[in-house]
Write a protein that binds this ligand. Sequence first.
Ligand SMILES: Cc1cc2nc3c(=O)[nH]c(=O)nc-3n(C[C@H](O)[C@H](O)[C@H](O)COP(=O)(O)OP(=O)(O)OC[C@H]3O[C@@H](n4cnc5c(N)ncnc54)[C@H](O)[C@@H]3O)c2cc1C
Length: 201
Amino acid sequence: MDAWRSAAVEGASAEQHAGVGVGAGSAGCALAARLSEVRSWQVLLLEAGGQPPAASKIPAFSIHSYSRKSIYNYYFSTTSQKNALYAYENNKLVANAGKVVGGSSAVNYMLYYRGNRRDYDRWAALGNTGWDYDTVLQYYKKAENYEGKLSAEDLPYHGLGGPLSVSNSNWFDLSKYIFAAAKELGFEKIDPNANKTIGKY
Ligand SMILES: Cc1cc2nc3c(=O)[nH]c(=O)nc-3n(C[C@H](O)[C@H](O)[C@H](O)COP(=O)(O)OP(=O)(O)OC[C@H]3O[C@@H](n4cnc5c(N)ncnc54)[C@H](O)[C@@H]3O)c2cc1C
């Protein structure tokens, strides 16, 4: 975000920049940061919202955005559904998105979950070259800075030294009962971003 700040402070115009991005959300910030690695380039990133609140740094604490309308979110609504959403007022559901520097990543739960290998491989099989899991995994690893202990089995799926820090959850006390119940049902403890996606984590 340094490039964005310096451009705003200096009052530089869009014409003076090698790249102009609209939306300082997850994708916009990552793109602007990568572009600004070219030292001779100036990058301008425009954002509709302001600075995120301090609470945005607390994992799983997106209450400031999710449960009520605020200056940090768009608080979109679905249209009224005839055959669904019976538990909701006027059969409408809130569809949230962050309106703030950081975008939806500043109002989300910070759960890091890449998804199932078979989805990526299916996209590739449908003709989307480069979207197979093994190819995409290289970029996930490049982006990641895993902070924690890894088993030899999970190590090949994680990266160190990237710009995105990922750590294990510090679960609250009550969670040990939930984990015990999951174990009783036969779910083993897994790393959901390695080679298994069904289990407890
Ligand atoms: C409540 C909630 C919880 C979530 N939890 C998780 C989670 O735990 N784990 C996970 O992986 N994902 C989660 N997500 C999803 C994830 O956060 C989003 O998929 C991701 O952040 C989207 O990134 P993006 O760059 O596409 O858009 P965004 O991050 O939404 O960025 C779009 C940006 O563009 C700006 N913008 C739009 N129009 C304009 C304009 N005309 N001019 C200037 N700026 C504009 C917006 O204000 C916003 O800042 C969650 C999302 C929400 C809403």
